[in-house]
Design a protein around this ligand. Structure first.
Ligand SMILES: [Fe+2]
Length: 366
């Protein structure tokens, strides 16, 4: 890709295709001290107040810079590399390639907690792994004084819900969710009834004295890719029908309608939702429902199959950070008479991890 000039016009050429760059697009990007705040990189002018018929009065191009004077008097020197950057709309985080995994995955993405973790290169590596695998486990994270809140807020900001800023996961009397019992929990995604669904869940093990209560993880990305390949009809219907997810307690009624496999604008994987205790398919045509029920049964079989399920024990201090739009999680049953099992959980959203990742990338020039 390169930049060229002709008759006071700027062109970019890409794979033999030459197109003019709109002068207003360039005018919006003037970057001298009078136009852009140095620290925040925010504009000091309002481009909607500029006159529309902006033209270029003077142009010069060197190897690294494009210098322009516009017909409203504004002058700027733009770095060519910054202009070229804008032609690919690549969001670096979205383009970290997902790695498919199943129960044979051996590397559990362990990173050890240390004091300067959040501003160090190790955190950058952990976040890249998070986007590759959908989870990462931090070891030896302090367990006192609800440290999970500090942890989450050191990456970004906690996403508070009606379960509170964070929640204690242990068996308790009169629970409003099965998570707060010692019953086994089949693989599920959290809170599919929220809009938006919390992006990332953190689970921090404080005490674990029981022999059962293993944590489980399943990669919804791997499983839905498999479904797409082997059962395309099932895949298709699960990407089409919006089902209602619902949570009800004494204080709130939460509902949202969404596909169990949600695709993005390019028909690629975006998000899975799976919580068969909370989903209600609308009353649609009988034949369609027939297919839907078979599809749900099949995906449930895959999600629950040993082939895809990682099973491991969280030890005190372990903090599991997982992508709730990609992974399913659960736990095996345990005997509450053996001792205590106490985890703390909270949610954060993608802006936290993306923002931190990009900040660290910039900081270490990676
Ligand atoms: Fe959960």
């Amino acid at each position: 890709m390169k930049i060229e000039l002709k008759d006071k016009k700027v062109f970019f050429e890409n794979q033999g295709l030459k197109k003019e760059i709109h002068p207003f697009w360039l005018r919006e990007r003037v970057n001298g001290d009078n136009f852009v705040d140095k620290k925040t990189q925010q504009r000091l002018f309002d481009p909607t107040e500029l006159k529309e018929n902006i033209e270029i009065d003077n142009l010069s191009l060197s190897k690294e810079f494009l210098e322009i004077t516009f017909n409203d008097g504004a002058y700027t020197k733009l770095a060519i590399k910054n202009i070229l950057k804008e032609f690919s709309n690549i969001n670096e985080v979205r383009y970290i390639e997902k790695i498919e995994w199943d129960s044979s995955l051996e590397n559990l993405n362990n990173f050890e907690f240390k004091d300067n973790l959040f501003e160090g290169q190790e955190m950058y590596k952990a976040l890249v792994n998070f986007y590759k695998y959908g989870f990462v486990i931090f070891k030896k994270v302090p367990t006192k004084n609800n440290f999970i809140v500090n942890f989450a807020n050191s990456i970004g900001s906690i996403r508070r819900t009606n379960f509170g800023e964070f929640f204690d996961v242990k068996s308790k009397p009169n629970p409003n969710d099965l998570a707060y019992t010692s019953l086994p929990l089949a693989p599920h995604t959290d809170n599919p009834y929220r809009n938006p669904v919390p992006c990332i869940q953190m689970l921090h093990c404080i005490v674990n004295e029981v022999s059962g209560g293993f944590s489980t993880l399943v990669d919804g990305y791997t499983v839905t890719q498999k479904l797409k390949k082997d059962f395309p009809e099932y895949y298709k219907i699960l990407t089409e029908i919006k089902v209602r997810f619902q949570f009800i307690d004494q204080n709130v009624v939460l509902e949202d309608w969404a596909e169990m496999i949600q695709l993005d604008e390019n028909r690629n994987f975006k998000q899975v939702r799976f919580s068969p205790r909370l989903d209600f398919v609308p009353l649609i045509d009988k034949n369609k429902l027939e297919l839907y029920y078979s599809a749900r049964k099949k995906i449930s079989e895959l999600y629950n199959s040993e082939k895809y399920r990682l099973e491991f024990k969280l030890l005190p201090g372990d903090l599991l950070m997982m992508d709730n739009h990609r992974l399913l999680h659960g736990r095996t049953t345990y005997d509450a008479n053996e001792g205590n099992r106490f985890l703390q959980g909270c949610y954060i959203d993608y802006d936290s991890t993306e923002g931190k990742l990009k900040h660290l990338k910039r900081k270490f020039n990676l």
